[in-house]
Design a protein around this ligand. Structure first.
Ligand SMILES: [Zn+2]
Length: 465
């Protein structure tokens, strides 16, 4: 696993320089010009080397419904999603492979999979995703998506009688299952970590959050949840707690430097200060927020307040791809319309730092990955600067972030292991994957969701529509 990249371009503080990079035992050993070749030699000429990005929030099995979901807001969209969710381990396996591959081919070397579990086969679902990620070789953060309240609980009750439906699995059984998943699959040194991941305040009791905090403290696990993705959730928090969701989560001790929170669209000024104080991480999912009409997250305010922000694709049913470079582009320039003070806008270099070091911070491993630094793990991506979409030669990082890069990843390594070379994934058979995805699906542009029909009237009433 030792190799030396020769004559590759890297970014300096405000410019670029050509260097050699020696990788020894999975770590970056030396970065300097004219180094001896240790191990295999990799030709880095006309390539840009960057630290791998983190796809900091996704749901891999949503791949099976990308492109087909109706144009609906989150609460109704979820009802449709679950009506047609793939309840099949083979599909879980294939969509995890697909998510990993698309993440890698758009510059990501780590993925946080807020993994939807098949009821009754929860541990098997986790095992299957672990197997897929290990086969591809991406650094995987499995965040088994848990809740202990039924879907209807996510919509504010308003004046209607509160629903007393219960969730099919008890809080205790859910926590036991996660504890077992940690025991069986949490192996950070092997590139697979398990996170505690209550889906969010809209579907989780305090007992579930507290149990997750306890597990996270006991095993030093990161915490991952959705937070205030929609206006309805903002209303719900007031109904449920009499305060904002952020205030409540702080009160029960859920926030901290190991906590990453997806979306964060509907936060107020006080909430933002709390996220900064607690060193929590915001995972920005701009495409999903647009697709579901959730809103524009106040990312510039987060950055100014000192909140760590990184990017996620979110599940492919609300995106509908897993292209990290696309999420980074939209998630950066989108905010220029929210602040006329252009000095606050996110520059391409800042975007890349958010996607790499920001992602590492959110997973509490900024000392191990997230930058081209000697001693860090070699989670690296090399971009071919001779590709048409990166020409003519202007500013490589500007082209990568603001352009529309197509097939530009030449090589990628995770922990020093080569996953992509000459633009091709070399750990799994991509032709087989494509054939399986084709064979196990069909064109289906007309579906009717009974779940949506059940809750739509109430949703429209609550949201004054
Ligand atoms: Zn999500």
């Amino acid at each position: 696993m030792n190799f030396t990249i020769k004559n590759v371009l890297i970014a300096t503080d405000d410019d670029y320089t050509t260097v050699d990079v020696q990788v020894v035992d999975g770590k970056i050993a030396t970065i300097a010009p004219d180094l001896d070749v240790i191990g295999a030699a990799v030709d880095g000429r006309n390539n840009l080397l960057l630290p791998g990005f983190v796809n900091a929030h996704t749901h891999s099995s949503e791949m099976w419904q990308r492109g087909v979901m109706s144009m609906l807001p989150l609460e109704l969209w979820l009802a449709e999603l679950y009506d047609f969710a793939p309840l099949d381990l083979e599909k879980v396996y294939l969509s995890a492979l697909g998510t990993a591959v698309e993440t890698l081919l758009s510059g990501g070397t780590s993925v946080v999979d807020h993994l939807v579990l098949i009821p009754g086969q929860e541990l098997e679902t986790i095992a299957t995703a672990v197997r897929a990620y290990q086969e591809v070789g991406i650094r995987a953060f499995i965040a088994p998506l848990i809740q202990d309240e039924p879907l209807i609980a996510s919509i504010p009750a308003g004046n209607s009688v509160p629903n007393n439906e219960t969730y099919f699995r008890s809080t205790g059984a859910t926590l036991e299952m996660i504890a077992e998943a940690v025991k069986q699959y949490h192996r950070p040194e092997e590139g697979v970590s398990v996170l505690v991941a209550p889906t969010g305040i809209q579907l989780c009791s305090d007992a579930l959050f507290l149990g997750c905090i306890e597990l996270s403290d006991r095993h030093n696990l990161c915490r991952h949840s959705h937070l205030l993705e929609t206006k309805a959730q903002e209303k719900l928090a007031q109904e449920k707690y009499g305060c904002t969701a952020v205030e409540h989560l702080q009160r029960i001790g859920y926030l901290g430097d190991r906590t990453s929170l997806a979306h964060c669209v509907w936060l107020n000024e006080t909430d933002i200060k709390i996220l900064a104080q607690t060193q929590s991480t915001v995972v920005h999912n701009p495409l999903s927020n647009l697709r579901l009409g959730s809103g524009i997250a106040p990312i510039l305010k987060y950055i100014q307040a000192g909140v760590n922000v990184t990017f996620g694709c979110d599940g492919a049913s609300s995106n509908d791809s897993q292209d990290l470079l696309e999420a980074i582009k939209i998630g950066s320039i989108l905010h220029n319309i929210t602040d006329s003070e252009y000095q606050n806008w996110i520059t391409p270099r800042k975007s890349l730092e958010m996607a790499s070091l920001g992602g590492a911070k959110g997973l509490n491993i900024a000392d191990q990955i997230g930058s081209l630094s000697v001693g860090k793990q070699a989670d690296l991506v090399m971009y071919d600067l001779t590709k048409l979409s990166l020409l003519p030669r202007t500013d490589p990082i500007g082209l990568l972030v603001l352009g529309r890069p197509v097939n530009v990843v030449d090589s990628a390594w995770v922990n020093g292991k080569g996953i992509i070379s000459s633009g091709q994934i070399n750990t799994i058979n991509i032709d087989n994957l494509k054939q399986e995805l084709f064979n196990r699906s069909q064109w289906e542009n007309k579906r009717k969701s009974p779940g949506v029909a059940q809750i739509e009237t109430h949703y429209r009433q609550i949201m004054d529509l």
